[in-house]
Design a protein around this ligand. Sequence first.
Ligand code: FEO
Ligand code: CA
Ligand code: CA
Length: 693
Amino acid sequence: MRIQLPIVSVNNDSHHGGRAALTCRFRCGDACFHEVPNTTTNPYVGDVIADALSRRTVMRAAAVVTAATAVGASATVAAPKASAAEPAAATAATSTRHASRGARGLRFEPVAPNTADTVTVPDGYAQNVVIRWGEPILRGAPAFDPENQTAESQSKQFGYNNDFLALLPLPGERHRQVLVANHEYTDEVLMFRGYDAANPTKQQVEVAWAAHGLSAVVVEEDRRSGKLTPVPRHPLNRRVTATSEFKVTGPAAGSDLLKTSADPTGTKVLGTLNNCSGGVTPWGTTLHGEENFNQYFANATRATDKRYGLGTGATERKWERFDKRFDVAQEPNEPHRFGFVVELDPYDPTAKPRKRTALGRFKHEGATVRLTDDGRPVVYSGDDERFDYFYKFIGSKRMKKGSSRAVREHNLSLLDEGTLYVARLTGDSPAIEIDGTGKLPADGEFDGSGEWIPLATATAKGAVSHVEGMSAEEVFVFTRLAGDKVGATKMDRPEDIEPNPHTGKVYVALTNNSNRGVGSNAKADEANPRNANKHGQILELTERWNRADSKKFAWTLFLVAGDPSDPATYFAGFPKDDVSPISCPDNVAFDSYGNLWISTDGNALGNHDGLFGVATRGDRRGELKQFLTMPNGAETCGPVIQDRRVLVAVQHPGEIDGATAEKPLSAWPDGAGKINRPAVVAVWRKDGCDIGV
Ligand code: FEO
Ligand code: CA
Ligand code: CA
């Protein structure tokens, strides 16, 4: 079927960012307990300060002018509605001090930090569980039965541990949308009764393969509220799993580095793994970042494997016992086939998903696309590892409008040709003023300039490397090494990146880095200004991404997260006695008013994870308010902020040390003693008005 398209907790201080050991073990293979994979000696931000200030000032002035043009050029960017800076208006629906004021879109009573085992939303708001792990979505899927789960059932049901979410329009079907979700990882201890980690069964492993990947499921809107419910067996419903066939495209397709005994062409990969965040393209497809793929591969010994965090022994899940492709000693190139951005066409369930090698191979948090003024894709992507980098891809082909098959095929090739860049940042304050405590330098801001360093260019005729000593193919497969060689800036775990649809400024979530300044690791610099950084920060870039020749940017730290009473925090200069505490920013999204919404992964302040909104401009810039909190052990993921509803993924509920499938430590979502099921939640206003107005 082809559719006509629109253009369109319990916290444990010994674990990083307050995550449970169980989460670290299954989600990222205990990445934070392993040696830092980046041992290069790239320069620190503060090492180069010459002429930075004058360059920054000139660039900022130019960028502000051009960014306004850029926003209008992107087909899927929401049209401006109202100024975020307009004065607070008294509304009939609100009476409290906080609820009646704030930037438009953020006028709600903030939820207090808490450790309640529920999804807590502001007064006057309601919620529903849209879909849970195991709910049938494809024809022939049985009802969820955790005692008798099979791979066949799971491959037709909603997957585990939903992370990134997208809601896409469904032309021709009013009051319906297509929900696309990532299923990042499985937690077998919570999924299977009697799970023996030393000896998982074949059936358990195959269920886990089927519980990974992606889901597309049509959801129906309730006409009187923001409630959503799934439409099982809709022809667009789809599952992609760890065994679905993918087509490899772009400069590394067919490379010897990607060939295996099962795929001598280097172009056909089975499955996608550890899909964390993602993005929606202006041509109506979705992108999904393959993040901590390293944890699925056993017995790796090469230096390139080490740079990607692959281990030399057995894996946590022991998949290598059931499929030799997970054993690097037997299939050395299989890990080279993961760590890419994958693209799914949710409007064509017959279309094979694709791995886009031109966007590089690293632990992609996600990928966010905008269009230049002349219609070329610009893709931002962070590499979520301590001391790793963030990247930008500028495509060379222009998007076409229309929904014919030819146009569709053309647009599905846009991410295969272009240049991949990595970011290098320079601070504008003297290095001596960055003392690692978070104390602001004398100029009152952590800020500076930056440049995009080209790594390689992919064209229809072949690819060209811009990195000495590396072929183009090597750059696209061992992208981290290319970043090392050109002196990219080591960041505090780059997560989601998102341009503001109103101002064009680009926001980069940096979640935390408890190793910053510890031992021989890189010390604090102006963009990563705290040693032993437990709470993270959000970087704001000002650049002309609407132009395909934009290679420079200005930057400032928009938020330095933590408890506002901590002098080492910063909320864009907003008075700190009036903002919510926040820790470990991860996924970011914008509402149609230009407010930034931030979900958190871990909370080193001892409270549960949550979702926050913050104004990015006007006199309320930096006013951060908490919108909801998560149940025990859960992480907030994938926020989608529509005018009428907020959609969040509740990932790994009950993932607390000591919890098992027999002994859940959360009662969410189905009550005490019931198996915990990761799920998607919609939140709306009970009075039918838009969110936060
Ligand atoms: Fe899966 Fe970077 O969080
Ligand atoms: Ca400064
Ligand atoms: Ca994430």
